[in-house]
Design a protein around this ligand. Structure first.
Ligand code: 7B1
Ligand code: ZN
Length: 265
């Protein structure tokens, strides 16, 4: 029977290690990026992000975030710090209860309103995502910070399906011509990268994070739509309204001597 975990109370991040021992490991995520301690690495080749847009995907509320599952073998990532080719598996976000918090990684202690994770698995080294998810070098997560600002039209293709997934386990099929590349910042040459973990249980230490320096803007109204998702099926709080899915970010974890590399000087 799967163990319940969440972001507050007894099942919150401080207790994850009791049922998910890797959560207490030495290369956990997220971390704070201290820009004075990052090391420029001139050896990185250009990042190659090739996504097609003719992919059918499904959007689900898994009770911890929304997850857009992608099943196209044409969405590939390679280059940069990566030695192998990785295939897009899903993307999701982390956010807060207001625009002042929500990202998992922080930059010089600054937390953004939300954080986008595009999750890829290593198709050169492993036969399935189920295998890659728990192996070193198995996963690469392209990450973009999100702040409140002007409206992002690309995000509306995803947000327009949110009414179908308000409740947990709600699923909606997305067939329209949508390319997740539109969710990334324009500047895809400046990024930080380090070796970490899944930021939710089971916290496998299998992830290479690639975090773009440029921050993406979405409107405050669009951020409010993230918060409209419900974390529980129909259980009403004693106050009678639905419990909303917010503050689904893990606190930052010890760096333990890891060095964050930068693709830029
Ligand atoms: N916040 S995170 O670190 O990006 C993160 C955290 C936990 C995750 O579990 C999975 N599993 C699959 O996507 C998957 C999808 C299909 C088959 C096997 C695995 N991806 C994750 C990403
Ligand atoms: Zn994530």
């Amino acid at each position: 029977k799967p163990v319940a975990w969440g972001y507050e109370g007894d099942i919150g991040p401080c207790n994850w290690h009791k049922y998910f021992p890797k959560a207490g490991g030495k290369r956990q995520s997220p971390i704070d990026i201290d820009t004075s301690a990052t090391q420029y690495d001139g050896s990185f080749k250009p990042l190659r992000i090739h996504y097609d847009s003719h992919m059918c995907s499904s959007l689900t509320n898994n009770g911890h975030t929304f997850c857009m599952s992608v099943n196209s073998d044409q969405c590939n990532l390679s280059g940069g710090p990566l030695e192998d080719k990785y295939r897009l598996l899903q993307f999701h976000c982390h956010w807060g209860s207001d625009d002042t918090k929500g990202s998992e990684h922080t930059v010089d202690g600054h937390q953004y309103a939300a954080e986008l994770h595009l999750v890829h698995w290593n198709t050169d080294k492993f036969k399935s995502a189920d295998e890659a998810i728990e192996k070193n070098q198995g996963i690469a997560v392209l990450t973009a910070f999100i702040k409140a600002g002007k409206e992002h039209r690309g995000w509306n293709h995803v947000l327009s399906h949110f009414k179908d997934i308000k409740k947990v386990q709600g699923t909606s099929t997305v067939n329209e011509d949508f390319n997740p590349k539109c969710l990334l910042p324009e500047n895809q040459t400046d990024y930080w990268t380090y070796e970490g973990s899944l930021t939710t249980p089971p916290c496998h230490e299998s992830v290479r994070f690639i975090i773009f320096k440029e921050v993406v803007e979405v409107s405050s109204e669009q951020l409010a739509q993230f918060r409209s998702l419900c974390v529980c099926s129909s259980r009403k709080r004693d106050t009678g309204e639905d419990e909303h899915l917010v503050d689904n970010f893990r606190p930052i974890q010890p760096l333990n001597g890891r060095v964050v590399k930068a693709s830029f000087q």
